[in-house]
Every structure is written in structure tokens, then in C-alpha cells.
Design a protein around this ligand. Structure first.
Ligand code: ASP
Length: 590
């Protein structure tokens, strides 16, 4: 090949040799007739020197015209530099150019191609191909590649069969809205882009594949956040005949392998397991960040001993202690915490400080009688700030859980070098949705209830609503540093139980048959017990890259309004296209 190597790969061995490099002009400097170029390609930088004493006027004139982001080919000898540039890996050498070809010119780019540029996200996405030229972005994408490469080889070794499942699919309820695709040949009918291959991978277990995996795009039409995109990627797997622990063991092996090979970090197995109820009670979250403590304490009993109505009338009173931070919190600062508590469901926030051995603050006067017990129970020391939420258990947990995270972030209490993996187990099968006013699946409708609690679903699937919250699931989530990395479960494999489950979720028999008849029927033909899990690849890559938005590890993501500013998708289409699809649009597009 004409190119000898990548610019970033030039080394000792090349000294004295004539080599050819191809890449982008990162920087050009003119110094008393000499022209220096930093040539950049995906592996790094190399200094090219154009010396008028060695080169024709023509080549020098060409070199003078070079600007940032021109694409060039240069040939010349590698020489040792008098003074090495410690900042770059190839800094000991220079390429003394003898030939130069300009392969492509460039306009001045809208932002500099370097790490840490201060550019709006919108502009970065508008010129994503330039953004991806920046070394840190390329490094993120290569980290993602390293993850998928390891996942594939690990699962291959473990006997998993990589199987593609349809993108034009029937909608599977995973709790989000579907993206729909109109069918041209079936007027008025729509495919749904899969929210996940949940049902199809289960069907593969019915086919006897035994172990399936796929690194697969999933689509959910929901409001976007830092860790959500309309299309995202899962490491999706399903197995037959294994129990919960056996599936978790495979996943742990996978995680251990990736952490070792991608980050060089040893994680010790088995991973910690925490019951869902403990996660909620101690951390106020089903995806607790365990890199720091600041646990939630249940103070109900003590609080009910006071005369303070807010405390005595609330079902529960819980507290967190911000250790040694009281002096950082003025009333105004505490007002901000109160606001955050309210945004997370609490009706208010009460607080006390321990300063110079005295309790002070909004509710201190109500606590005099329990002050000693309070100090003992919460192990209070001088300069501690105690935050109380008196509310329902759910509201107290979610508000204090949010405050806990907020305070830890604000005061740098989190050791960023840690990777705390953790299983959350013993899930409820259902969760109450305020929005819908009914119980919904905590995971999805195919999750297997435990033998001990399945009885709360009546034989015909109906149930006293209050009983539904007692049904527990064979479900497990894998959490990393406060993010839900993935989740899975054992699945229902009989028609009878699946029908009961669908009834409990409010499906009529006709609706169940219409939506899931094919699955129910498959259960009639010797369907093995099975279970699996899916890991969010984007989140995994984001966390390993130390970023806080999955956009940083996706080549072409959408912005917050689900638009791709580069291609301007989604966009209007022609009337002809719409006619073929039998679609009338209401004219709202201006
Ligand atoms: N399909 C599920 C999800 O996307 C994962 C699983 O249960 O395997 O969350």
C-alpha cells in the first residue's frame, strides 16, 4: 500500500526511511521560510516539515496554501528532531517532506477540530462528521467498538447464537409509545419499530435455540433525556432452562470480561445483590448509586413522639444527613433543596443543623424532647445538616433519593474512579402508575411471578387491586453507578398464566388474543422455561467513557427534540409518497 502507516504510528523504526502518510492538516505554522504541518489521522499526529532549501518553489507554494482540514498526501524521510515535542506520541521525529499532493481542500470548519472545544451541541450535531473527527469522539466510538467486540466473542464462546429479528414488527408493549411504519401494500395497516425484540427472542426459545443474543437497535417514542434517545442499542440475550442466578452468572462473566478487556479493571464476582425494597428504603431509588453512603434513615417512630403536627400526621418521616456540610447551607441554599424535594414528590422539607453542640433550624424547637435520641440514632456530629421528609413512603423515598444524589454531586462526594455494579432483585411485578391510574408491569407483561406470590393473581387473572402490589417477580436489574444498565427476568411460558397476567393488566380476552394470540398459541406447543436480559449498550459505553450523555457515544444521535440537525430528519415527504401509503396529513407543517 502506498501509505506506509498511520501518522500516529510513526516510530523509531522509520528513522532514515522514506515513508508516505495521508491525512488532515491539523495545524500549519510558517517559521522564517520553513513550513510546519501537524498531519492528523485516526491514530494521532505527525509533524511534517517543508524546507525551502530542499524543495522546489512549486512545492513550497503548495505548502503555503495548506489550511486546516485540507487532506494531503506527503512523502519524505523521517528524521530525529533536535527538540522533541513531549505532547505528542510521535514528537521525537519529523517527516522532511519531499513530495506533497493535495487530495482535497477544505473551507474553514465551523469549529476547531480538537478536544474540549466550546461549541453548542446543536452545532456539533449539525456538523457531526467534523465533530467525530475530534480525537475524543473517535476514542468514544472506539471504546464502544471494544465493548461490542468483547461482547460478541464472550457470548459466542458461551454458545449464544446471534440472530436478527424483524425491525418491521408488531408492537410489543414495553411501556413506551411505538414508532409506526405505514404499510403500502396493506392499506391502513402499520408496522411498529420494535421497542425491543422481547417477544421474538422468546419465540426463539420456543424454537429450541437455547441461547440467543443480538446487538440490536430498539425504538421508543418517549421524551428525551441525557440517557435516552429515540433509537438506542441493546445487548439483548435470552436463554432456556436457566434459573435467575444462572442467567446472572453469565451476565456477570460478560461484564467482568468487558471491564477487564476494555478498561483494564478487575471486578470481583459475584456482584452485590440488593433487594428492591432495600434499594428504595436506603437509597430512595431502584438504581442506587452506591459509590457513596448518605443512606435514608426511617425516623417515623421517633418523629411520632414529638408534638410537631407535620411529623405526627405523616405516614412516614425519613431523613438524610449531609455530613459536615451544615455551614455550606444558608437558608437560601436550603430553599433550593426544598424546591428539589418538591419536584420529586415531597410536600415540603424540614431541616436541622447541629452547630456548636446545638440543634438549630426550621423544626429544631419541635425536636427538643427527642434531640438526644435523634443525635444518637443519626450519629450526628458538629456541622451536620439533617433533612427530613414527612410524607408517604414513596414520596419520602423519591425526594430524599434525589436530594442525596444532588448533594453528593454538588460537594464532589463521589469517587469517579469507581465502577459499582449491583443487582437489584426481588422486584414487585406491578407498579402503580399515577398517570394511568392503574397498575402496570414493573418490567413487561411477560415477566414470571414468583411461586409464593402468584396466588395474588386470581385464577381468572382478576385481582383485588391492593393485592397486585404483593405479587413479586423473578426480575433483576443490573445497575452501574446510579444508572439502570440493564434489566431482565424469567418469563411466563404457559398460556394460562400469561392470560391471567394480561387480564390483571386490564386486557380484555379479545384484546389479549388480538395482540398476543400468536404468543399464547406458541405456548401450546412445548415451550421451555426461559429468561434473559438486555443491557443498554449506549449507557454502558457512556459510563465507561466517563460521559454523562449517551449522545457522546452514538455516531449520529438526535437532539432533544428528536431531530437530526445534520440531515434534518424527520422531514416532510411528497404528496405522492403519502398517497402511496394511503395517508392524509392534517396540514400543520409550514
Ligand atoms: N426486553 C427487555 C427490555 O428491553 C429486557 C428483557 O427483559 O430481556 O427492557
Amino acid at each position: 500500500m502506498k501509505r506506509t502507516c498511520y501518522a500516529g504510528q510513526v516510530n523509531e523504526q522509520h528513522v532514515g526511511q522514506e515513508i508516505t502518510l495521508k491525512g488532515w492538516v491539523d495545524r500549519r505554522r510558517d517559521l522564517g521560510g520553513l513550513i510546519f504541518i501537524d498531519l492528523r489521522d485516526r491514530e494521532g499526529l505527525m509533524q511534517i516539515t517543508f524546507n525551502p532549501e530542499d524543495l522546489s518553489d512549486e512545492i513550497m507554494a503548495q505548502a503555503e496554501k495548506l489550511r486546516a482540514e485540507f487532506v494531503i498526501e506527503v512523502t519524505g524521510k523521517i528524521a530525529v528532531k533536535d527538540v522533541a515535542n513531549e505532547k505528542i506520541a510521535t514528537g521525537k521525529w519529523e517527516l522532511k517532506a519531499s513530495e506533497l499532493t493535495v487530495l482535497a481542500a477544505s473551507q474553514t470548519p465551523p469549529f476547531e477540530i480538537k478536544d474540549g472545544v466550546e461549541v453548542s451541541d446543536e452545532l456539533r450535531l449539525r456538523y457531526r462528521y467534523l465533530d467525530l473527527r475530534r480525537p475524543e469522539m473517535l476514542a468514544n466510538m472506539r471504546m464502544r467498538h471494544a465493548i461490542t467486540r468483547n461482547v460478541r466473542s464472550f457470548l459466542d464462546e458461551a454458545g449464544f447464537i446471534d440472530t436478527e429479528t424483524p425491525m418491521l414488527a408488531k408492537s410489543t408493549p414495553e411501556g413506551a409509545r411505538d414508532y409506526l411504519v405505514p404499510s403500502r401494500v396493506n392499506e391502513g395497516h402499520f408496522y411498529a419499530l420494535p421497542q425491543s425484540p422481547q417477544i421474538t427472542k422468546q419465540l426463539l426459545m420456543g424454537s429450541g435455540f437455547d441461547r440467543y443474543y443480538q446487538i440490536v437497535k430498539c425504538f421508543r417514542d418517549e421524551d428525551l433525556r441525557g440517557d435516552r434517545q429515540p433509537e438506542f442499542t441493546q445487548i439483548d440475550l435470552e436463554t432456556s432452562f436457566l434459573d435467575e442466578e444462572e442467567i446472572q452468572e453469565i451476565v456477570e462473566g460478560l461484564l467482568q470480561n468487558v471491564m477487564k478487556n476494555v478498561k483494564g479493571i478487575d471486578i470481583s464476582l459475584p456482584l452485590t445483590r440488593m433487594a428492591y425494597d432495600d434499594a428504595m428504603n436506603f437509597y430512595g431509588s431502584d438504581k442506587p448509586d452506591t459509590r457513596f453512603e448518605m443512606r435514608l434513615s426511617d425516623m417515623t417512630e421517633l418523629a411520632h413522639k414529638t408534638d410537631f403536627k407535620v411529623f405526627t400526621e405523616a405516614p412516614v418521616v425519613k431523613a438524610i444527613v449531609a455530613k459536615n456540610l451544615a455551614s455550606n447551607y444558608s437558608r437560601k441554599e436550603i430553599d433550593k433543596l426544598t424546591e428539589l424535594a418538591k419536584q420529586n414528590g415531597a410536600h415540603g422539607l424540614a431541616w436541622v443543623k447541629l452547630e456548636n453542640g446545638e440543634l438549630s433550624g426550621s423544626v429544631a424547637k419541635f425536636l427538643t424532647e427527642i434531640s438526644d435520641e435523634l443525635r444518637l440514632e443519626l450519629k450526628l456530629e458538629d456541622n451536620d445538616l439533617v433533612l427530613f421528609v414527612a410524607d408517604t413512603l414513596g414520596n419520602a423515598n423519591s425526594a430524599l433519593g434525589a436530594l442525596r444524589l444532588h448533594i453528593a454531586k454538588a460537594h464532589d462526594l463521589i469517587d469517579q474512579s469507581l465502577f459499582n455494579f449491583l443487582w437489584i432483585v426481588d422486584w414487585p411485578l406491578f407498579e402503580w402508575s399515577e398517570e394511568e391510574g392503574r397498575y402496570m408491569s414493573a418490567h413487561h407483561p411477560f415477566t414470571l411471578p414468583t411461586e409464593e406470590t402468584v396466588g395474588y393473581l386470581l385464577a381468572d387473572g382478576r385481582s383485588e387491586d391492593s393485592d397486585l402490589q404483593k405479587v413479586r417477580a423473578h426480575a433483576y436489574d443490573i445497575v452501574l453507578n446510579g444508572y439502570e444498565l440493564g434489566g431482565g427476568s424469567l418469563r411466563i411460558n404457559t398460556r394460562e398464566l400469561q392470560e391471567q397476567m394480561l387480564t390483571a393488566l386490564g386486557f380484555s380476552q379479545e384484546e389479549a388474543e388480538e395482540q398476543f394470540g400468536f404468543l399464547l398459541e406458541a405456548f401450546d406447543f412445548g415451550f421451555p422455561p426461559h429468561g434473559g436480559l438486555a443491557i443498554g449498550l449506549d449507557r454502558f459505553a457512556m459510563l465507561l467513557a466517563g460521559k454523562d450523555n449517551i449522545r457522546e457515544v452514538i455516531a449520529f444521535p438526535k437532539n432533544k427534540r428528536a431531530i437530526d440537525p445534520l440531515t434534518e430528519a424527520p422531514s416532510p415527504v411528497t404528496q405522492k409518497q403519502l398517497d402511496e401509503l394511503h395517508i392524509n396529513t392534517i396540514d400543520t407543517i409550514k
